[in-house]
Ligand binder design. Structure first.
Ligand SMILES: NC(=O)c1ccc[n+]([C@@H]2O[C@H](COP(=O)([O-])OP(=O)(O)OC[C@H]3O[C@@H](n4cnc5c(N)ncnc54)[C@H](O)[C@@H]3O)[C@@H](O)[C@H]2O)c1
Length: 444
């Protein structure tokens, strides 16, 4: 095993609370010939699925000419070794973050750990002189948000938040149409997120099921959607009122167990899921359970589940727009239904997949005019999340910093505001659906 041992004791897996890549490709000027470009040195902390595949294996396959992965870190010493093999690199592995930074001298750190631990690595990465890229959400509570803002004030380094949802071709088209004022001034937005009994259930199987880890799905999942709304509207959220319940998963069943593999109710449970059918998951998760007890196939009926499975949120923006957002996680189909209502028309973006039914359309309806499906939408790329992962990787590893007409790059402000809507929504629910002002949590 090549994992560098650390003085930090390994803890249980569940950890509670707690530049745009300016350095990307640096050309060395030469009067005679173009010198070879220096590759970006990137270290990754959190080598689960997202760290080892999207920001590991995919980056090695697609961007090795511009990026070099110089170190891998995870609290699970077995998983970090599995990730190294999966990614196919010789970089050293660590269970101690500071040691990884001091020994591998990365330009940038990619944070792909459990959500509630992002803030500590963002802050420490900046303190140690690195640019930081982080998966969403930026943070899971307002204290973490304060800590990151303070660290950023003291550091010239940059934070990038990898909001891949902005990169869906339809999402870009919506942004373009709104920038062109195709529906006049936006007055309100209706955003409905549908998660089905496979994807939705998966959040209730693992660490996301606890508020302490994910900040609830209002932060973990909806930060994507709140970021889309903030980006499309180009305005600042100011007030949040929310409702949330756990009506389906968790204690809402008559039987339960710890996890599917050992469950006596396999035959009768519609949510029985055999993780051993996925060889990569076996290597990354079940073979590493001895280190941290992380059960990838946890029972969706566990009584400790304390997040909501049905949520409604109303957000008021500085420019007067009102967003009405709902998310349900136990549905027979998966997708989104988004309508943006303007002074001169309405824009609908529907993406729904069910057994025998699909509806994938962007529709522009002009007031007193025609309703048309919008067809000049860029072709979806190959790659994860319908090619959105490839698009964001291209922007980060190959994009020229000056050219970003749709403002796809997201930094600290976008990361903070999207998380803060979810954090405010959680507070609102916990306070009996009282309205919460974002400014009372964090002054941006
Ligand atoms: N943008 C997207 O589309 C997208 C999709 C999936 C996940 N994500 C985000 O990526 C991140 C990782 O998600 P995942 O699905 O890969 O989860 P995962 O459970 O597969 O991996 C998380 C990893 O973090 C490690 N970890 C936990 N606490 C740690 C700590 N304190 N220090 C170091 N490592 C720690 C775990 O051991 C595990 O290897 C999450 O923040 C999630 O929100 C984003």
């Amino acid at each position: 095993m090549t994992t560098k041992d650390s003085t930090v004791t390994r803890r249980a897996f569940i950890v509670t609370g707690g530049a745009a890549l300016a350095a990307s490709v640096v050309s060395v000027a030469s009067p005679l010939q173009a010198a070879p470009q220096r590759r970006l040195r990137m270290a990754i902390v959190g080598t689960g699925n997202r760290g080892s595949v999207t920001w590991g294996e995919d980056v090695v396959k697609g961007y090795s000419d511009t990026v070099e992965i110089v170190g891998l870190c995870d609290i699970n010493r077995k998983r970090v070794e599995v990730a190294k093999k999966l990614i196919g690199i010789n970089a050293p592995t660590f269970v101690d973050f500071d040691r990884m930074i001091s020994e591998t001298h990365p330009d940038t750190v990619m944070v792909t750990t459990v959500d509630a631990t992002h803030a500590r690595y963002i802050v420490r990465g900046l303190e140690l002189g690195c640019d930081v890229m982080t998966e969403k959400p930026l943070c899971t509570d307002e204290q973490q948000c304060h800590a990151i803002l303070d660290a950023q004030k003291k550091s010239p380094k940059k934070i990038t938040v990898t909001f891949n949802a902005r990169h869906a071709p339809e999402a870009k088209k919506v942004k373009e149409l709104l920038m062109e004022k195709a529906i006049g001034d936006v007055i309100s937005v209706d955003f409905h997120e549908y998660l089905d009994t496979s994807h939705g259930a998966d959040y209730f199987r693992r660490w996301h099921r606890l508020k302490e880890n994910s900040g609830t799905l209002l932060v973990h999942k909806a930060s994507h959607h709140f970021d889309l709304a903030n980006w499309w509207l180009d305005s600042t959220p100011v007030e949040v009122t929310a409702f949330g319940d756990l009506k389906f998963y968790g204690r809402n069943n008559s039987f339960r167990n710890t996890h599917c593999r050992v469950c006596p109710f396999k035959q009768q449970c519609k949510f029985y899921w055999d993780v051993t059918q996925n060889p990569q998951y076996v290597k990354l998760y079940t073979d590493c359970e001895s280190e941290d007890g992380y059960l990838r196939d946890g029972c969706v009926w566990r009584e400790d589940i304390n997040i909501y499975d049905t949520m409604s949120v109303v957000v008021k923006y500085e420019n007067g727009v009102r967003l009405t957002y709902t998310a349900n996680t136990f549905l027979p189909y998966e997708g989104q239904s988004i309508s943006i209502n303007g002074s001169r028309g309405r824009l609908d973006y529907n993406e729904v997949k069910a057994n025998g039914f699909t509806n994938n359309e962007v529709r522009l309806t002009r007031s007193f005019g025609k309703s048309e499906a919008v067809t000049d939408i860029e072709q979806a790329r190959a790659g994860g999340h319908g090619g959105a992962d490839t698009s964001i990787q291209d922007l980060i590893f190959r994009g020229s910093p000056g050219s970003d007409p749709l403002n796809l790059r997201a930094g600290l402000r976008a990361g903070a505001l999207s998380s803060l809507i979810g954090i405010a929504a959680r507070h609102s629910i916990e306070r009996g659906s009282q309205m919460v002002k974002i400014n009372d949590l964090v002054q941006m």
